[in-house]
Design a protein around this ligand. Structure first.
Ligand code: GDP
Ligand code: MN
Length: 381
């Protein structure tokens, strides 16, 4: 069953656990963490798992970001749990917090309102800052400058299968840009206007889908009406700081509609030059100008995801179906992945016929096979 789905793929990507192969020189890569002193025990638990299942054989360096200072206890404990090099970097006010060009009072009022409405993390300015940092800034931090690749790690995550090959090298060799292991639906109320802006960015820059954008659309492409939402002009004319999001009901939007799918960004393996490209940075700037990181609670996960939809094609992505991974309550377990249960042909039939437009994408890269399929213990969308 495995061979049937994997002919086009590297063996290690699909087969997973096998003899450790760490004989090749390392990639130019780093493990990126953002954390606070208070998260030490959750961080140690993540590192134990990450080291045990991968990094004790590969020894990739860690880089810890913080908007504050890590204390000596934190550093000593972290360093006691790895042989790898560990460094720390402070995030300055240029990359954290409400920027000066924003009406801070209005932004804080917006945040308080989201708190009142019990939007998850909506009332926490620090969480908004975190999402904005990971959406638009981390890749430009001087501490990351020398690296080409990163793997994102968080407190309270768990890996439960050995990763016996170097995913950076395999992504490099197969020319991949962005890797994920869990995709799920975003909480609607955190991103009411995100998709309008993202789709406006695409239209106003005349960017054509390379086959991935369709994955984020609720409507089937053949029913697609012309998007009449009067956004491009508005967006283009917006002055930094005006941050006036239109008062709309996303359910009544015309044209394309976001299906809320996104790659869960607490796990990511990706190329930094994707984000450093002018296209991504322009995209972020336009999104940022709208004020959505404060007036709504835009997550970095849907921002990264929609950016892949705008700027990449299916073959640029890699689904790490072989990584057993858990973050708090949601997990991906390779043993339950649908690709292990159904032959590829059947998947294509069952998933694409219902989702026209995806067939091409699926043929190009089998990662869509898990899309929209219930799993025993995992989540898909
Ligand atoms: P969740 O995964 O969406 O529930 O959010 P988390 O609380 O895990 O936050 C995501 C990541 O950002 C984690 O690595 C946190 O440690 C980190 N983080 C969140 N807020 C802050 C903050 O205010 N300061 C710092 N330094 N890290 C933060
Ligand atoms: Mn988390």
């Amino acid at each position: 069953a495995i061979r049937r789905i994997s002919e086009k793929h590297d063996k290690p990507f699909v087969v997973g656990c096998q003899k450790v192969d760490n004989t090749q020189p390392r990639a130019n890569a780093v493990i990126v963490v953002l954390a606070r002193n208070s998260e030490l025990s959750g961080m140690i638990s993540s590192m134990k798992s990450f080291e045990r299942h991968f990094n004790r054989w590969y020894n990739y360096p860690y880089l810890f970001f913080n908007d504050g200072e890590f204390n000596e206890t934190f550093k000593a404990e972290i360093e006691a749990h790895t042989k790898s090099e560990v460094s720390y970097a402070k995030i300055g006010s240029d990359m954290w917090g409400i920027p000066d060009w924003t009406d801070k009072e209005a932004a804080r009022e917006g945040i308080a309102l989201q708190g009142d409405r019990a939007i998850m993390y909506g009332g926490m300015e620090s969480y908004h800052s975190m999402c904005r940092f990971y959406s638009g800034h981390f890749y430009n931090h001087p501490a990351l400058e020398k690296y080409k690749w990163y793997w994102r790690l968080e407190p309270d995550i768990k890996y439960f299968c050995d990763i016996t090959y170097d995913p950076f090298l395999h992504m490099e060799r197969t020319n991949k840009t962005y890797g994920f292991t869990i995709a799920l639906k975003e909480l609607k109320e955190t991103v009411p206007n995100m998709f309008r802006y993202a789709s406006a960015y695409m239209r106003s820059n005349n960017i054509k889908s390379q086959g991935l954008w369709e994955m984020f659309l609720e409507k089937k492409p053949e029913n697609k009406k012309e998007d009449k939402t009067p956004l491009p002009e508005e967006v283009l004319r917006a002055e930094p700081g005006s941050h006036k999001l239109p008062d709309i009901d996303p359910d009544n939007m015309e044209g394309e509609k976001y299906n809320m799918c996104h790659f869960w960004s607490n796990f990511e393996i990706a190329r930094l030059d994707f984000y450093r490209s002018p296209a991504y940075q322009n995209f972020f700037e336009m999104m940022d100008k709208s004020g959505g990181f404060w007036n709504e609670r835009w997550g970095d996960a849907p921002i990264h995801s929609l950016a892949t939809g705008i700027l990449l094609g299916p073959s640029d992505l890699h689904y790490f179906r072989d990584f057993g991974y858990r973050h708090t309550t949601i997990q991906h377990c390779p043993a339950n992945a649908p690709t292990r249960q159904l032959p590829r042909e059947k998947w294509i039939e069952e998933t694409t016929v219902k989702k026209e437009g995806m067939k091409k994408a699926i043929e190009e890269d089998a990662f869509f096979e898990s899309w929209d399929t219930p799993r025993e213990n995992g989540v898909g969308c």
